[in-house]
Design a protein around this ligand. Structure first.
Ligand code: AMP
Length: 210
């Protein structure tokens, strides 16, 4: 299964990508996580990306295409993958197509901006392993600590309310047109966000027939 997850920032793509990854035994690849790791390690890509990520803007397409090409060449991608947060522009989608990177479905997780703004304010991210939690809908077992690695949970800089609004505007302008792009190719599948993570997973699995 080669799957793209589309949806606004905060729609729950990362959470659902991890769940699907375990179920389907294929890697979930998040360019956001790759960029955050690069920023933390101060690599050239990280230094290039920092100002864009922290202000809620998209990192230039050529940087992203380089990252994703390298990642998809890894052996664990041979049987499929879930792309979380990439492609995010028509240019990125065209670049994947031009490189023969095929997909079975582009699943769009549908959610309103209001729900997202409310939700993002409760999101917490592990500073060591990038796992995400939510103070209400998915709280860690111990407050402020990651369930998986014990790392400190922090609020991502780009989850600040003003940045969330900028990221939503970027989404509507640059990423939402991908729905029409994949619809034209017969690949678009819609799944409506639900109040809980488990219900959303059910809707996604039904939509994908898995
Ligand atoms: P995410 O964790 O997917 O919400 O990504 C966090 C930030 O990383 C985004 O707001 C962008 O600044 C950057 N980013 C992640 N993926 C992409 C992409 N495919 N294209 C451009 N920028 C990206």
């Amino acid at each position: 299964m080669k799957l793209i997850l589309l949806g606004a920032p905060g729609a729950g793509k990362g959470t659902q990508a991890e769940i699907l990854s375990k179920k389907l035994q294929i890697p979930a690849i998040s360019t956001g996580n790759i960029l955050r790791a690069a920023m933390k390690n101060g690599t050239p890509v990280g230094l290039q990306a920092k100002a864009y990520v922290e202000s809620g803007k998209l990192v230039p397409d050529d940087v992203i295409i380089g990252i994703i090409e390298e990642r998809l060449a890894e052996p664990d991608c041979a049987n499929g993958y879930i792309l979380d947060g990439v492609p995010r522009t028509i240019a990125q989608a065209e670049a994947l197509e031009a490189r023969g990177i095929a997909i079975d479905a582009a699943l769009s997780l549908e959610i309103s901006d209001d729900v997202i703004i409310e939700r993002m304010s409760g999101r917490r991210t592990c500073k060591d392993c990038s796992a995400t939690f939510h103070v209400v809908s998915n709280p860690p077992k111990t407050e402020g600590k990651c369930d998986f690695c014990g790392g400190e949970l922090t609020i991502r800089k780009d989850d600040a309310p003003e940045t969330v609004k900028a990221r939503l505007a970027t989404y509507h302008e640059q990423t939402e047109p991908l729905k029409a792009f994949y619809e034209a190719r017969g690949k678009l599948v819609l799944a409506e966000n639900q109040p809980t993570i488990a219900e959303t997973t059910q809707v996604i699995e039904k939509a994908l027939g898995i």
